[in-house]
Design a protein around this ligand. Structure first.
Ligand SMILES: C[S@@+](CC[C@H](N)C(=O)[O-])C[C@H]1O[C@@H](n2cnc3c(N)ncnc32)[C@H](O)[C@@H]1O
Length: 233
């Protein structure tokens, strides 16, 4: 399922070309992050969503976009040995960390497409990944994910909103730890998920998250995000 491709989608990103594709640039940033960090927070809201879905369908097929070191899928594996758990990320370092720690996950490095089988997924989760992707490319990913979901399948997305502490940077701004960022309004969320029924949207605040900064200071992340619960039409 390996799908790394040179960028042919410059017009999708709205960013000037630098010679490096969007996904190559993201991979470089995130490889650096995972080289020095192993986040591990089992009960994320994305995981809770997947637990509810898998408890009704223990052999279901779950896909996580931007799974990083697979902290979410790894925890699900420990609860649901018979589920098929698929994850992708641009960061090979994140995926390598996942493979060292967890067994039985189907992990692949994605480029600007995902190469998922049509109508094959029962559950989709995404947590804090699309907020690091240029919006036109994010829309292309969501459209492809929608095609890969079975009708009636459920999805959970968690995406920084325009009240996020770094929103003042604007779309395409670079924060000191996580690099490239975009921020979504409620109207943009409706457009992004036009192929879905939107069941619920919560605004979640994660105020005063402290994160190490390569420059040595300790920025405080006044994070706000939308948590979006969806059903594929
Ligand atoms: C804040 S981390 C979240 C990781 C994971 N979802 C979790 O909950 O631990 C954001 C992730 O998005 C990934 N990412 C950034 N751009 C991406 C892209 N174009 N395609 C896939 N993943 C991407 C990063 O490599 C990183 O692992």
């Amino acid at each position: 399922m390996l799908s790394i491709q040179p960028s042919s989608l410059g017009e999708l990103t709205g960013r000037p070309r630098t010679g490096m594709s969007e996904t190559e640039a993201a991979a470089r940033t995130w490889d650096g992050y995972y080289a020095g960090s192993f986040t591990h927070a089992p009960y994320t809201d994305a995981v809770v969503f997947a637990i509810k879905a898998l408890s009704r369908n223990r052999t279901g097929v779950v896909y996580e976009f931007g799974c990083g070191n697979a902290q979410n899928l790894g925890f699900l594996r420990s609860l649901f040995p018979d589920a098929r758990l698929i994850g992708s990320d641009v960061s090979e370092a994140g995926l390598a960390a996942a493979r060292r720690r967890y067994e039985g996950l189907e992990l692949f490095a994605n480029g600007e497409t995902l190469a998922l089988a049509p109508a094959s997924l029962d559950v989709v989760i995404e947590r804090a990944a699309l907020q690091h992707v240029p919006k036109p490319l994010g829309q292309a990913y969501v459209d492809e994910i929608a095609e890969a979901m079975k009708p009636g399948a459920g999805a959970f997305f968690e995406i920084a909103n325009t009240d996020h502490g770094h929103a003042a940077l604007g779309d395409g701004g670079q924060d000191p730890v996580f690099g490239y960022r975009v921020f979504y309004s409620l109207g943009e969320i409706e457009t992004l998920f036009a192929a879905f029924d939107i069941d619920q949207v919560f605004e979640r605040r994660r105020t005063l998250v402290r994160a190490p900064d390569p420059a040595g200071s300790a920025p405080v992340y006044n994070e706000a995000c939308f948590q979006i619960y969806l059903t594929r039409r």
